[in-house]
Design a protein around this ligand. Structure first.
Ligand code: COI
Length: 357
């Protein structure tokens, strides 16, 4: 996709770049931030022009609403450096549409696509030296929006800040993960905010995840918030299983995030002739499938982690190991290769997913 914008965006450049401080072999998400950020403020019923300024602190009063009542949303997307040296952002339009849904759910006004997409393009263009070039690396882009009214009264805010910051990133998880099916705590419930990318969903996940870590797991496999009988997501990612040769992922509803990686994998799998089903997976089906070797693969899928293989699943106190295939081949690896080929410019982009800088 190519978005042509003619908006004027004032830029204030850094006097000295911090890029020499980066250890390109240790790119943990958020360790480094690129030199610049985009900011855009809303008040009195309108957005004021965005500007690109040096990365730095926001001056906010302690009574700023976002600190208290969670009126915050964000997106996570990536810019890739292709082998021939171009830079491209992956599926910016799909991320923008999800941002619109999150903004609506959190009663926030949304910035225009010019600010979100064109603003991001200019920011990445300015900081393009920060887009790493190695395998599995990208410049992670974090658009976010917070309520900035200074008032302790709980109400929909009248003023907001939208911003985009960038962080060069490598692989999110270094190893395949061990997950625990969560039967007590819930990430989301019907009618709640599960489908929105709002800060509270992530804050609320920390305690159950910490408890699972104390038991030796890396992540939880979330189940539905009512019966705890159906699998929904994996940690901060969507989840996929290969059951009887079919790629299965739980369907989208208001408790599940409409993952951009999830959607991309479904498109790529269908195009490659891999049978795909978006359907509910019960804990019982999973247990039975693991016991009888019918579940051949499980993996989480998300922007930060891309595809994160799951090697062991704990269900009600018993651990089930998913054996690695003898020849090392897997649907997850095949799909990741197809996705990377498009994102790193090694393959055609028949879906128009790449947005060139
Ligand atoms: C992402 O995968 O991009 C996310 O937003 C998850 C975040 C916790 C890193």
């Amino acid at each position: 996709m190519n978005y042509i914008g003619d908006m004027r965006i004032p830029m204030r450049r850094v006097a000295h770049s911090r890029i020499r401080e980066v250890n390109w072999d240790q790119l943990e998400l958020g360790t480094y931030n690129s030199d610049h950020m985009l900011v855009c403020d809303y008040s009195e019923g309108r957005w004021f022009g965005p500007e690109i300024i040096p990365f730095g602190p926001f001056a906010l009063l302690p009574t700023t609403l976002a600190f208290h009542y969670g009126q915050t949303i964000f997106e996570g997307m990536k810019a890739f450096r292709t082998e021939d040296g171009r830079v491209q952002i992956f599926r910016a339009d799909k991320h923008y549409h999800r941002y619109l849904k999150s903004a609506e759910r959190l009663c926030m006004p949304a910035v225009s696509p010019e600010v979100f997409i064109e603003g991001m393009r200019r920011l990445v263009q300015l900081d393009k030296e920060w887009v790493p070039g190695g395998a599995g690396t990208a410049l992670y882009l974090r658009p976010f929006q917070i309520a900035t009214d200074s008032r302790l009264k709980l109400k929909i805010a009248d003023s907001y800040r939208f911003a985009i910051v960038c962080s060069p990133a490598g692989n999110y998880f270094a190893h395949p993960v061990r997950v625990k099916v969560e039967r007590e705590y819930a990430r989301a419930v019907r009618g709640g905010t599960g489908y929105a990318k709002c800060g509270g969903n992530y804050g609320g996940s920390l305690y159950p995840t910490q408890k699972a870590r104390e038991e030796g797991y890396d992540q939880v496999l979330w189940t539905d918030g009512v019966s705890h009988e159906y699998i929904e997501e994996s940690g901060m990612m969507n989840v996929f299983f290969v059951i009887d040769g079919v790629l299965v992922t739980p369907p989208l509803n208001d408790t599940t995030l409409d993952g951009v990686t999830r959607d991309s994998l479904l498109v790529l799998a269908s195009a490659a002739g891999i049978p795909v089903e978006e359907r509910s997976v019960s804990v019982e089906e999973l247990r039975e499938g693991l016991e009888h070797g019918r579940v051949k693969e499980a993996f989480g899928a998300g922007t930060a982690a891309v595809i994160s293989p799951i090697w062991q699943i704990g269900i009600d106190g018993r651990d089930y190991t998913i054996p690695v295939s003898r020849d090392g081949s897997s649907v997850g690896v095949e799909l990741k290769e197809m996705l990377d080929a498009i994102r790193y410019g090694r393959a055609d982009d028949p879906y128009g997913w790449n947005f060139y800088i």
